[in-house]
Design a protein around this ligand. Structure first.
Ligand code: B12
Length: 308
């Protein structure tokens, strides 16, 4: 005998399409011999009431999963949400700042380089990152939180940011490394979010720091090994999950046990100044700085080194 929780199939998809997909999936599971289903009867749509177009989109997704069928499904149901139509319309406007921001929100890479070339005529690479790219990613964050974007789309947006930033990066690097203060950067254990960390890297590099970026999912042992290898002046930790903030407390403790008393700078959406002062500072051997964003982090680190 088989039992199935139907709605998992549509997890993460646009709200408007979920019940349709659930109903089509339910229908096919019953045809295939399912004995019992867990459904929410209040929401369940009757298969017979679904249009042929919507059945087709759902069947394509169920039987032929690919980026293409996911995109067709999400775009169709997204068009049913008026607040998202306005975003799509924006991408038709011609000014390169609007076009670049829309490309990030829409996850389309095709015009990114030409938009950047146009923007570079009037803005510096850092201004483009700080204003347009950051605001595009903020919008992605907002839409994701409202359930209007799905994880695969957020990843596509992240790829567009990556492409834009890799194009701008060589234009910002100051080659002389001697006498630069060195910051070791990591996203902590269990956390893959690295867009913020990568922006911090770029902003520090373009403001006279040498940055050693050791990547994502870094535990305290790996961090300590890298500190010994690279001998930085300060350690920067990034983490966007609540559990990452807690792990930063463990890192502070472990560094202290190892006799490492470098200043720490910590950032990421789940952190707050209160948490840092209450939980991390008491465990740390040295100064702990909280940065709400990359620019404030830079100015705090600048004053730390100026004052010492
Ligand atoms: C993009 C994104 C993803 C992408 C990440 C792609 C990538 N390569 O980074 C993907 C799709 C992979 C992803 C996965 C997940 N995500 Co996510 N994700 C986001 C999202 C939408 C945007 C994050 C982002 O890039 N923001 C833009 C950058 C520029 O901002 P930032 O990272 O905050 O960085 C700035 C500052 O914080 C600061 N900063 C950050 N670090 C540092 C470090 C230093 C030293 C300094 C000085 C400053 C600094 O400066 C940066 C620039 O100004 C957020 C929502 C949000 N609003 O934050 C959710 C979010 C962070 N994700 C979340 C979740 C739950 C997940 C998943 C667990 C989902 C899942 N169920 O699988 C997984 C986690 C997997 C894992 N083990 O890590 C939750 C976290 C909830 C929580 N509080 O714990 C959020 C808040 C969404 C939500 N509301 O539910 N995610």
């Amino acid at each position: 005998m088989t039992i199935l929780g139907i709605s998992n199939v549509s997890f993460g998809l646009p709200k408007e399409g979920r019940e349709v997909l659930n109903a089509v999936y339910f229908y096919h599971c019953v045809q295939a011999g399912l004995d019992m289903a867990i459904v929410n009867p209040e929401n369940l749509i009757r298969y017979n009431n679904i249009s042929t177009k919507e059945i087709e989109l759902s069947e394509n997704l169920i039987f032929n999963q690919s980026m293409e069928t996911i995109t067709q499904f999400t775009e169709y149901f997204r068009n049913k949400d008026p607040s998202l139509k306005s975003i799509q319309k924006d991408s038709n406007k011609q000014s390169p700042d609007v076009s670049l921001k829309s490309a990030i929100v829409m996850g389309t890479k095709s015009n990114v380089i030409s938009d950047l070339d146009n923007l570079l005529k009037k803005l510096s690479p850092l201004e483009i990152i700080n204003s347009i790219i950051m605001s595009g990613m903020d919008e992605v964050g907002r839409l994701f939180e409202q359930g209007k974007m799905i994880v695969t789309e957020v990843l596509q947006s992240a790829e567009v940011v990556k492409k834009a930033v890799s194009y701008l990066e060589p234009l910002m690097l100051n080659q002389d490394d001697s006498n630069k203060k060195k910051i070791l950067l990591a996203t902590v254990k269990g956390d893959v979010h690295d867009i913020g960390k990568n922006l911090v890297r770029i902003i520090f590099e373009s403001n006279g720091y040498k940055v050693v970026d050791i990547g994502i999912r870094i535990d305290s042992n790996q961090l300590i090994k890298s500190i010994k290898e690279h001998n930085p002046d300060i350690v920067g930790l990034s983490g966007l999950l609540v559990k990452s903030s807690r792990y930063m407390v463990n890192i502070a403790e472990h560094l202290k046990e190892e006799g490492i008393d470098l200043p720490l700078i910590v950032g990421g959406a789940a952190l707050t100044l209160k948490f840092v002062n209450k939980e991390i500072v008491p465990k740390a051997a040295s100064t702990v700085i909280y940065a709400r964003d990359a620019m404030s982090g830079l100015s705090k680190v600048n004053s730390l080194f100026r004052d010492n």
